[in-house]
Design a protein around this ligand. Structure first.
Ligand SMILES: NC(=O)c1ccc[n+]([C@@H]2O[C@H](COP(=O)([O-])OP(=O)(O)OC[C@H]3O[C@@H](n4cnc5c(N)ncnc54)[C@H](OP(=O)(O)O)[C@@H]3O)[C@@H](O)[C@H]2O)c1
Length: 239
């Protein structure tokens, strides 16, 4: 399948490597391909410049967000959460119309340490706030911004390495969640997650369930920290 991954960060790279291994044709979206390829320094999370990733995966195409979206039959959003709505809104509507848009961004607002009321010992030093929360979600904002796409929230309750390789944790016996307003789009995402190795995919219903999925990031960070940075899975144990 032709898949567009909008984003060049570590999360995007985990998905891209897996999608290529599964035989998909992947176009990666970025603001400006030339600027992205000219970078030589790691990002704030220590992720090496994108050119090093591209060198390992020369079959990839790097394009603008708009051109990548147009090239994809399925589109995945991995744009920095706080900038995602603006970036996706700038894509011509026809590039996303009728397509499944799987969104795994978390609406973190990164701040300076002295602006954070409750610092947590997360890998980047403090716990960022999130916006929106409670009465809205990033996924719902995206669905309103690109109404002709079919947004499915997924993949925000595990580290990206676990998302794409669930069998590495507990033999794959754990749960991943999806939410969205379009049953056919959720089936497409579930098929992709099955291909990643997921066996327990829990459909939480319509897109407002993304509020809980996104806000779960704080709890995820707390557990991750308590485990000394180990990856872990979440398992829903039924009666
Ligand atoms: N398992 C998970 O649930 C999981 C794992 C990882 C990340 N995430 C979430 O996924 C998102 C991406 O995370 P990441 O760590 O992979 O990368 P990131 O560094 O948070 O974001 C990188 C992407 O955001 C774009 N971007 C940054 N500022 C922008 C702006 N002002 N306007 C438009 N685009 C902008 C960058 O564009 P350029 O390419 O042009 O630089 C790049 O493609 C985040 O919301 C993160 O919280 C979730």
């Amino acid at each position: 399948m032709k898949i567009a991954l909008l984003g060049t960060g570590a999360g995007a790279r985990a998905h891209v490597a897996k999608l290529l291994a599964l035989g998909h044709q992947v176009t990666v979206g970025t603001r400006d391909p030339e600027v992205t390829l000219a970078r030589t320094e790691p990002d704030m999370m220590g992720t090496p410049p994108f050119s090093t990733f591209l060198a390992k995966h020369p079959e990839l195409t790097l394009a603008t967000f708009a051109d990548a979206a147009a090239a994809g039959e399925l589109v995945i959003n991995g744009i920095d959460g706080i900038n995602a709505v603006r970036a996706l809104s700038a894509i011509p509507a026809e590039a996303l119309a009728g397509k499944v848009l799987m969104d795994y961004a978390v609406p973190y607002i990164y701040q300076q340490p002295d602006e954070v009321e409750h610092p947590w010992p997360t890998p980047w030093g403090v716990m960022p706030r999130m916006s929106p929360v409670d009465t809205d979600s990033l996924a719902e904002q995206i669905q309103r911004a690109v109404p002709d796409a079919k947004v499915v929230k997924a993949c925000v309750t595990q580290e990206q390495e676990t998302v794409v390789n669930p069998n590495e944790i507990g033999g794959g016996d754990h749960t991943i969640f999806i939410a969205g307003n379009h049953a056919d789009a959720k089936q497409t995402v579930a098929d992709l997650l099955n291909a990643y190795g997921w066996r327990d995919i829990l459909d939480l219903g319509e897109l407002p369930a993304a509020r809980g999925l996104e806000m779960y990031a704080h709890f995820h960070a707390a557990v991750h920290t308590a485990l000394g940075g180990e990856r872990f899975g979440v398992k829903i144990v039924r009666k």
